[in-house]
Design a protein around this ligand. Structure first.
Ligand code: ZN
Length: 435
């Protein structure tokens, strides 16, 4: 019983299916033709009302691509074509009630790839033709050398306006030490090709701590350097120190930022655009922020170490290692941030020193040297620093310093100095930096 009724039903289904498919395919029709040119490929899309039944072949002298569509209405009536490509001279069609031949007249031979695509909104069934263009026409300009970007350093002069910061024994304000050091640091940075400064505050006015990190974020700063002077209740403590965001505070901040869904796109940049699924958004935002937090904290810690090394040459150090804290401006888990206490304003000798223009200059110079060295070592991938760093040459047999100087159009002296060479002899396998 079971087998019998199955067979009957099966037969019926097959018959229905056959009828349906004949009716269905016969209803197929080319509804549109779109050409999408790109520098190395031209895509032609035929929009269809049903899945295509197609074959194709190419012909040369002249170059053509021929596509035969079966079970299709329309014959020679191809819809008007939108778009154009230098690779396609014309698209023609011919046929009868049940078939269509489409011929693409090509400007040159190309290895065509023809395939069907099933419906994906907003598109329905499609037949796609990819025509790779390996050798773009000669008149296409060569790819421009991509301009490498500047590394952006946000400089935050602590306090300002009605907030004087700490006040020294002689009555000098912290805000009046931080601003001139910040300004000199900005000048040094702006004189350095590949680096650019942005002052969080440019004069004597107050900005809330939260707003300071927002300003740095708005400028897509690679680093935020906040400049302060320390103070204590007794006059003895002295020396500079450098602070980075503590991990515990960073974790709390990440959590707080994730609560504010409307800030995700701001925090995640382009990544937020692809996180459309709101159920996954928080999870993905967490992951991305965690990654950027990791990067920020590692970077900040490295920079802090470099800064201490340089500061130690011009000032007494209060702490020789970077200190972790949740101080004011150190709250952006997504921007590497350091806070530099340039000395104790509560210490009478240091107050006098911090007020002196000569000492402020030394402090600014040491900060600059540290930042420059850090970004020379670890430049952001798209920066000018990274581009310059990549100019290296590995010496092959038979190469001499003068030959390389000639090849790279630099002087032998420049090569010698940059690579700290004491003689002109170079060895095979040696890596030389090219100015
Ligand atoms: Zn301060």
């Amino acid at each position: 019983m079971k087998t019998n009724s199955y067979n009957t039903l099966h037969g019926l289904l097959l018959l229905l299916l056959a009828l349906f498919s004949v009716a269905g395919v016969a209803a197929n029709q080319v509804q549109g033709v779109r050409i999408w040119p790109s520098p190395d490929n031209t895509r032609v899309v035929f929009d269809l009302s049903a899945a295509p039944d197609h074959k194709y072949f190419t012909l040369d002298k002249p170059d053509r691509l021929v596509i035969d569509l079966s079970n299709i209405k329309g014959g020679s009536n191809l819809p008007s074509v939108s778009g154009e490509s230098p690779l396609i001279k014309a698209i023609r069609s011919s046929g009868d009630a049940n078939s269509m031949r489409i011929v693409l007249d090509l400007a040159k031979s190309t290895k065509a790839n023809v395939f069907a695509l099933s419906p994906t909104p907003p598109y329905g069934h499609r037949l796609v033709v990819d025509l790779p263009d390996d050798q773009p026409a000669q008149n296409v300009p060569p790819p421009a050398i991509r301009a490498a970007r500047d590394i952006v350093i946000a400089i935050d002069a602590g306090h300002g306006g009605e907030d004087p910061g700490s006040i020294g024994p002689s009555g000098f304000y912290e805000k009046n030490i931080t601003l001139p050091i910040a300004r000199q640091l900005a000048q040094l940075i702006d004189r350095q090709p590949g680096m650019k400064s942005m002052m969080v505050r440019t004069n004597d006015y107050y900005i809330h701590v939260n707003r300071r990190t927002e300003i740095a974020r708005g400028q897509q700063a690679d680093l935020l350097v906040s400049i302060h002077a320390d103070a204590f209740t007794t006059p003895q403590p002295r020396g500079a120190s450098v602070w980075v965001l503590s991990l515990r505070r960073a974790t709390t901040e990440v959590g707080r930022m994730l609560e504010q869904t409307e800030r995700h796109s701001e925090l995640l940049g382009g990544v937020a655009e692809i996180i459309k699924d709101s159920a996954n958004e928080r999870y993905l935002a967490q992951t991305v922020l965690d990654l950027s937090m990791n990067h920020s904290m590692v970077t900040a810690y490295q920079v802090a170490g470099e800064v201490l090394q340089e500061l130690g040459k011009v000032a007494h150090l209060h702490k020789k290692e970077p200190q972790a804290a949740s101080l004011g401006v150190l709250k952006a888990p997504d921007i590497p941030s350091i806070l530099v206490e340039v000395g104790f304003i509560s210490n009478p000798q240091e107050e006098r020193q911090l007020r002196s223009a000569a000492h402020q200059t030394k402090l600014a110079q040491s900060l600059f040297s540290a930042l420059k060295r850090h970004f020379e070592k670890s430049p952001p991938a798209d920066s000018l620093f990274a581009q310059q760093r990549s100019r290296e040459h590995r010496v092959s047999a038979g190469e001499s310093l003068s030959l390389l100087a000639q090849r790279y159009n630099v002087s032998i002296d420049e090569l010698r100095n940059l690579n700290q060479l004491t003689t002109d002899s170079i060895r095979v396998g040696q890596t030389l930096r090219i100015p």
